[in-house]
Design a protein around this ligand. Structure first.
Ligand code: CP
Length: 344
């Protein structure tokens, strides 16, 4: 299998074998983090990180990843690049992408819900860069998908249900486990990228999946259909419910996160304040100990940053069954593996 030069925009576009290659290498890199085997893989190479939106985990983990592979990660923002936009003259993606390809070994892009005029515009932008770039383009979270997060999630869940960190990842431990992805009320008006990636990768690896949300908060119909197809291909079930407690029954992994409604955009504008006010009307949509008691001793997972007190209580987020910091750590290891396989 040769992944050199391959873009990563959504895990659904990679085969299970390709995703396993990342997870296998990530586990080895986690076990033997500073080994000389990995310390020079990106020697003299630069990874461009192009951020339209802020970040804690993604920027820090990619910078550490590049350093640990012997390379360098360079931070870029659109305001420093004189790019053409809908309202301003400037350089086209065609030109910028081809020039960046002459300098760097890979390009990561983050563009989220509040930097685009409609859902899917970020996905279009990242795919236009991928079209013109001759280096791999990696989504660092865009309005539709967050593939690095999905891989880190799966690695963390498999560690919790398997032998633990330091051992090879055996995704079969997740087969037949029930993943609940549930909406949480919140004040952050979040994009769909992380939860959609979790639905896709959980269903790819044989989990039963339940998607729970209040009326009016469904996700991208294409992602729902892919999740349904993934579950069917594995002989597993997919269910969507608007009941707040039902999905918790017998769950093994609970993923509670706020996401925007499909009405978040009007006339090219992201209505952030309206989304926040609407979401706060559903205070019962919080992951708490009472609901977790309905599960089969589930772990709590979240990509972070967490909106504590809205999406989840402190008791659950900081409790003994919370895997949030393990998953956050795994961002580093999966991204090192992705960079090594696609850029080294
Ligand atoms: N989970 C995640 O991508 O975190 P940041 O937004 O802090 O990068």
């Amino acid at each position: 299998m040769d992944l050199f030069g391959k873009d990563l925009i959504c895990t659904q576009e990679w085969s299970r074998e390709e995703l396993m290659a990342v997870l296998d290498l990530a586990a080895k890199m986690k076990r033997d983090r500073f080994s000389d085997r990995y310390a020079h893989l990106l020697k003299n190479k630069t990874f461009f990180m192009f951020f339209y939106n802020p970040s804690v985990r993604t920027r820090q983990s990619f910078e550490c990843a590049a350093t640990e592979l012997g390379g360098h990660a360079q931070f870029l923002e659109p305001k420093a690049m004189r790019l053409k936009t809908a309202t301003t003259a400037g350089e086209t993606i065609e030109d910028a992408a081809q020039v960046m390809s002459r300098y760097a070994a890979g390009l990561g892009i983050r563009i989220l819900e509040d930097k685009v005029p409609y859902y899917g515009a970020g996905d279009e932008l990242i795919r236009e860069y991928a079209y013109w770039c001759s280096i791999p383009v990696i989504s660092m979270a865009h309005d539709k998908f967050h593939p690095c997060q999905g891989l880190a999630d799966l690695m963390g869940w498999a560690e919790w249900f398997g032998k633990g960190p330091g051992y090879p990842i055996d995704p079969s431990v997740l087969e037949g486990k029930k993943l609940l992805v549930t909406w949480g009320h919140g004040a952050l008006a979040r994009s769909w990228c992380s939860v959609q990636e979790a639905l896709l990768i959980g269903s790819r690896f044989g989990m039963d999946v339940v998607l729970a949300h209040p009326e009016g908060y469904t996700l991208d119909p294409q992602v729902i259909e892919w999740t349904r197809q993934n579950c069917a291909a594995n002989g597993r079930t997919f269910e969507e419910t608007t009941e707040v407690r039902k999905g918790y029954e017998g769950a093994h992994v609970v993923y509670s996160r706020h996401w925007m409604s499909p009405q978040a955009y009007q006339d090219g504008e992201f209505l952030k304040q309206q989304e926040i006010e609407k979401a706060l009307q559903y205070p019962e949509w919080i992951c708490d100990a009472d609901k977790m008691a309905l599960t089969d001793n589930a772990i709590f997972t979240h990509p972070m940053p967490i909106d504590r007190g809205h999406e989840v209580t402190d008791e659950v987020a900081s409790g003994p069954r919370s895997c949030i910091y393990d998953v956050a750590e795994n961002r580093l290891h999966v991204q090192k593996a992705i960079m090594a396989l696609t850029m080294a």
